[in-house]
Design a binder for this molecule. Structure first.
Ligand code: SF4
Length: 506
């Protein structure tokens, strides 16, 4: 059983010039999180609650809905106007936040975070929210994304006397706030956000205020909602994805805009545009894979985007077949669109075991392809004697795709045609997605025909870039980042050397 330490702070903020990062919970959950080697990994999920008598519980529920965005660690910080408490741990949200733990988080303000490490190591030291006692008072921060100008900023902050206690890029933002010469906290936050480059959707909390902001290009999603309270004014809630609002019975208000800083206090909601004039480049892969289909991100339902991707894929690369089968779960919505467009039956020919535990220890490859067969199992009577179109959302290294193709053929399929609902992944992501190096990306090093031969499919086709962009196009004219498919990065420069590799905690 994991143990957690609780930290709370009473009294007035420390106004000394030095900046101090709270010593963090030091206990580790003994579980490890095996990473699916052939999938890109979600980044992080953030939530914030203002003005709810049970803010910690609401934050817990919202994090629960965002668990798919990160499973390594989670944390909740709360404030009641005078005190600020913070609890975080390694593991899943439901493992960390039992009733007893939530009872130790009083207050009507809360921010929360669920993490899959993309910079820094994955230890509890870098779990969030990070709480900092600074010249601007107590600040807690939770961040989704990746900064790309870490080295310069970190070096200059250290020259100014900053003492970093984590390797997380998120701490750079709070250090910048603490060292800002701006007179007010909101000015200091705007000042610090305008200095960092890269991807960030951020929620911050002081003893009595909540802040939410997105980077000027709007890489990662962040939405604002409202919860009705029986007594008193509405609660305001922020979350990485709108699916979190459903669990809270919150009403979606709008997205936080790229380059916008929103503040919620007892005076209500105020907003300022701290950066403007930068072309939007929201992550298109959120629509392809990361976000839940029941979320509305970047002004558009993810379900609708994936359905269109499947339909477009069928128009671009139709093939004579008997049945359309998704690779669950992420391939399901695109496969439904494909099947409808192609007028072919849709069947769940592969079943995913949702209970493959994080604690499972794979016994030394006793059986070939054991890892994939733990998660997926073919439905023989649906596949035997059939020409099968398999729909998946990506091929990263190709090894898992080959195992799945073999599995379907092993169940008796006479042909296996693999269709991918996005273009070939040819470049790593530096904006908060854990991507293997270019040398490990099969599409960066092989032609489509070469990949087809490797995965042993009868045919292979990807959705075109034009087809992908057409599938996510809307009246808002949202601009998208497509760098992992094109190699064209939207930031001015990428300081690759500064981006710390993610590492597995064992
Ligand atoms: S490089 Fe790919 S995964 Fe990364 S932000 Fe751009 S579209 Fe998203």
């Amino acid at each position: 059983m994991s143990r957690l330490l609780f930290q709370g702070v009473r009294g007035e903020p420390d106004l000394s010039e030095s900046l101090r990062v709270e010593s963090l919970i030091t206990d580790h959950c003994p579980l490890t999180t095996p990473r699916e080697a052939d999938k890109l990994h979600e980044e992080c999920g953030v939530v914030a609650i203002y003005g709810h008598p049970h803010a910690a519980r609401e934050a817990y529920l919202a994090l629960y809905a965002l668990q798919h965005r990160g499973q390594e660690s989670a944390g909740i910080a709360t404030a009641d106007g005078a005190h600020l408490a913070n609890i975080k741990g390694m593991g899943l949200v439901s493992e960390i936040f039992t009733d007893d733990v939530l009872a130790k988080l009083p207050g009507h303000l809360a921010i929360g975070h669920t993490r899959y490490s993309t910079t820094g190591d994955s230890a509890l030291l870098n779990a969030q929210p990070i709480r900092v006692d600074s010249t601007k008072g107590l600040i807690a921060i939770a961040h989704n994304g990746n900064l790309v100008n870490l080295g310069n900023l970190r070096a200059s902050l250290e020259r100014d006397g900053a003492y970093f206690q984590t390797t997380s890029d998120s701490e750079i933002i709070v250090q910048l706030i603490a060292h800002s010469s701006s007179g007010t906290l909101v000015d200091a936050i705007a000042d610090s956000l305008s200095q960092v480059e890269g991807a960030f959707s951020i929620v911050m909390m002081t003893r009595d205020r909540i802040f939410a902001a997105r980077d000027p290009r709007g890489f990662r999603p962040l939405s604002m909602g409202r919860m009705k309270n029986a007594e008193g004014p509405d609660s305001i809630v922020f979350a990485s994805e709108s699916c979190a609002f459903d669990l809270l019975r919150a009403e979606f208000i709008r997205d936080v805009l790229p380059g916008e800083l929103v503040m919620v206090s007892q005076d209500g909601v105020t907003s300022r545009q701290y950066a403007s004039g930068v072309p939007q480049s929201s992550c298109v892969f959120e629509h392809v894979y990361f976000a839940r289909p029941d979320s509305r991100i970047f002004g558009r339902w993810v379900q609708e985007s994936r359905d269109q991707m499947g339909r477009q894929l069928a128009r671009e690369s139709g093939v004579s077949a008997d049945v359309v089968v998704p690779v669950p779960d992420s391939g399901v919505t695109a496969a439904l669109g494909y099947a409808e467009e192609a007028r072919l039956p849709f069947r769940f020919g592969l079943i995913r075991n949702h209970y493959v535990g994080r604690t499972f220890i794979e016994p030394e490859q006793r059986v070939r392809d054991f890892g994939v067969r733990l998660k997926l199992n073919p439905v023989h009577n649906l596949l035997a004697g059939k020409r099968v179109i398999l729909i998946d959302d990506s091929i990263i290294r190709g090894t898992t795709s080959r195992k799945i193709v073999r599995m379907v053929r092993g169940a008796g399929a006479t042909e296996v045609h693999l269709r991918i609902s996005c273009p070939p992944t040819i470049s790593p992501c530096y904006y908060g997605v854990d991507t293997p190096s270019k040398s490990e990306l099969i599409a960066a090093n092989h032609s489509v025909e070469g990949i087809r031969q490797f995965i042993e499919a009868d045919s292979l086709a990807y959705l075109s870039l034009e087809g992908l962009l057409a599938s996510v196009r809307d009246e808002h004219k949202t601009g998208y980042c497509t760098a992992c498919y094109t190699g064209n990065y939207p930031t001015q420069w990428v300081d690759v050397e500064d981006i710390l590799p993610a590492a597995v905690t064992t």
